[in-house]
Ligand binder design. Structure first.
Ligand SMILES: Cc1ncc(COP(=O)(O)O)c(C=O)c1O
Length: 382
């Protein structure tokens, strides 16, 4: 079996042959990636985006390594606190928060919040008085991102200024600007443009008597799916160069919120073939149904194209054919890959295993609690 997966993960999967679907994450790889990224950007406080994979073992590991956290909800804040992070290391990064959750976070000692609308500032002023506020800017460059985020999040330069002016009026601390260049960002230029934009807003606000202190460069650092990606060093270089060019000589605190980069490549998801059939009236393509699908963790599929390998992989092209991959539920949207071209061996059979590489991010959390009775995707950290 020619499987391009780490020996440790392979050994675990071999020792548990009947567990499927199953995600196995190698903690040593998460640690290696954390050290690599923080080594390349040593001046930036690393706030792991918990949403990428909130397995307590991962959060505990990162807390023990000194990481800070970007939490999207009260529940993620609770998890970080239980995993050893102190409140000063947690940023409530979701721009959409219930006032009761803001108040709870404040009661736990959380003092950094992100928003992208003036309405959110008013809630923060009541529920989190005196806290540090980030305004999240909408940035371009979404074309390079497999999973864009700017449609729903972020504000214009003008609104960012309004937010900060209002924050100051209301007794909050106008602290910094954040952005996200889109998840699985495959080009470096958007970071360059986004950092330049933060500098413009810094200057706008100086004219209003407000001196911001920090920028939060978000996540977006890519994982190794099917397409080639630039090395992480290229992103780091661009970020360093942009900060130097725009903020030269000025004191600046920098935060980052990596999610996918830290955990995706550390995980392998094993699935099993449940059925192979042809719907000849639709097309001549073989349908391969797996025990995992859109409802059990593969929501990002199509936009995100995992490397998939089987135990029967062959170098002979003529022994493979295109497939449509689909999940096991009684829902017609439960199709994993139809547009993306995937080829699998012709002798693939029911019961065979498929391995989705780099599946450690945004899989378990997207898994439903039990659609059609199928249990949520299980994650084991080794
Ligand atoms: C606010 C925020 N920060 C960080 C992240 C992590 O991004 P990525 O997984 O691309 O690193 C996300 C992803 O959705 C996010 O919404």
């Amino acid at each position: 079996m020619k499987l391009d997966i780490s020996p440790k993960i392979k050994a675990y999967l071999d020792a548990h042959p009947d567990e499927s679907p199953l995600l196995v994450v190698e903690l040593a790889e998460v640690e290696r990636r954390y050290k690599k990224l923080t080594g390349l950007l040593p001046f930036a406080a690393c706030h792991y985006a918990v949403k990428a994979n909130p397995d307590p073992a991962i959060v505990k590991l990162l807390a023990s390594l000194g990481s800070s956290f970007d939490a999207a909800s009260a529940q993620e804040i609770q998890l970080c606190l239980e995993s050893g992070a102190t409140p000063d290391r947690i940023l409530f990064g979701n721009t959409i928060k219930k006032q009761s959750d803001i108040a709870w976070a404040y009661s736990q000692g959380i003092r950094m919040f992100v928003c992208d609308s003036v309405g959110e500032v008013d809630k923060l002023a009541i529920a989190a008085p005196g806290s540090k506020i980030f305004a999240r800017l909408r940035v371009g460059g979404e074309a390079g991102a497999a999973w864009p985020l700017s449609k729903k999040f972020g504000c214009t330069r003008d609104v960012a200024c309004e937010i900060m002016i209002r924050a100051k009026e209301k007794g909050l601390v106008p602290y910094g600007l954040s952005f996200h260049v889109g998840s699985q960002q495959t080009v470096v230029e958007p970071h360059f443009a986004a950092i330049a934009l933060t500098e413009l807003v810094f200057d706008d606000l100086v004219e209003e008597g407000i001196q911001l202190e920090a920028i939060d460069i978000g996540g977006g650092f890519p994982a190794q799916y099917r397409d080639a990606i630039p090395p992480i060093e290229d992103f780091a270089e661009t970020i360093i160069e942009s900060i130097e060019r725009n903020f030269e000589g000025r004191p600046l605190k920098v935060l980052m919120e990596p999610g996918r980069y830290l955990v995706a490549d550390a995980g392998v998801l094993r699935a099993e073939v449940v059925l192979i059939s042809y719907h000849k009236e639709i097309n001549a393509t073989r349908w391969v149904y797996l025990d995992i699908g859109k409802f059990s963790g593969l929501v990002e599929a199509e936009a995100i194209q995992y490397r998939i390998i089987s135990e029967k992989d062959t170098d002979k092209e003529e022994d493979t054919a295109r497939v449509i991959l689909a999940g096991p539920t009684c829902d017609s949207i439960d199709v994993i890959y139809e547009e993306a071209e995937y080829y699998l061996p012709n002798n693939l059979a029911v019961g065979d295993k498929l391995y989705f590489l780099s599946a450690g991010a945004y899989t378990t959390t997207y898994s439903s609690v039990g659609f059609n009775g199928f249990p949520p995707l299980k994650c084991v950290c080794i």
